[in-house]
Design a protein around this ligand. Structure first.
Ligand SMILES: [Zn+2]
Length: 217
């Protein structure tokens, strides 16, 4: 099981209350919210503020679709602020799920993934590591039998507390076509995020839907 935190807002949920665990449509190819053993992909932890709407949506939608819908139309905060919109964190979580789904759709779900993580320092004006800006990069890559699938995350920091910009790009090349799906945000991360989505090639409709991106006709 995943820890008892609301899948929409991260609030604590009461694991003893059966209403906290909400079932959604079970799709054979649904990656759910990640590959956590013992936690069915079609069930969500939802807090009191989200579980009723979530249960209603879950009748006709998958777990990931319910989370996206609830995040797009959140309860206004106590101060009345409506912080709708997806954060980069949400976007990256979705793209990781999308990578899993694409991997199984293209028959490379069981192929071992190359994972790389690197920090690149950017010395400037006589400021040397560890005090100068840096870029953290994370990559997950699957290459097998004509299919190349990868997710690149890039976080440019002025320092440990200040994010300058961030981006995540999901790329697929396969014999049947390919696409690139990028999400960018300027930092700092706690400002209302203005996510910019750039899509080239033929991204699958379910991915475009998840981001509310325009559908090609
Ligand atoms: Zn919640």
């Amino acid at each position: 099981m995943r820890p008892p935190l609301c899948d929409v807002c991260d609030a604590d949920v009461d694991p003893a209350d059966s209403r906290s665990l909400v079932s959604c449509v079970r799709a054979a190819d649904d990656p759910g919210l990640g590959d956590l053993p013992g936690h069915p992909a079609h069930q969500l932890w939802l807090c009191k503020a989200h579980r009723d709407e979530g249960a209603a949506l879950g009748v006709s939608r998958t777990a990931m679709q319910v989370v996206v819908a609830l995040r797009e139309h959140p309860e206004p905060d106590a101060d009345g602020r409506d912080d709708s919109g997806m954060t980069l964190h949400d976007a990256v979580a979705l793209l990781r799920g999308a990578l899993d789904r694409l991997a199984s759709e293209h028959g490379v779900g069981d192929v071992e993934r190359e994972r790389t993580e690197a920090r690149e320092w950017t010395p400037m004006d006589h400021v040397e590591p560890p005090w100068c800006p840096y870029v953290d990069r994370r990559r997950v890559r699957v290459v097998h039998d004509g299919v190349e699938l990868e997710l690149d995350e890039e976080y440019a920091h002025w320092n440990d507390d200040e994010l300058a910009r961030a981006s995540a790009t999901l790329r697929l090349q396969s014999p049947s076509g390919g696409f690139s799906f990028s999400v960018h945000t300027p930092g700092p991360s706690d400002e209302p995020p203005e996510l910019e989505v750039i899509v080239t090639g033929h991204a699958p409709p379910w991915l475009l839907n998840a981001f509310g991106a325009p559908q090609p006709r």
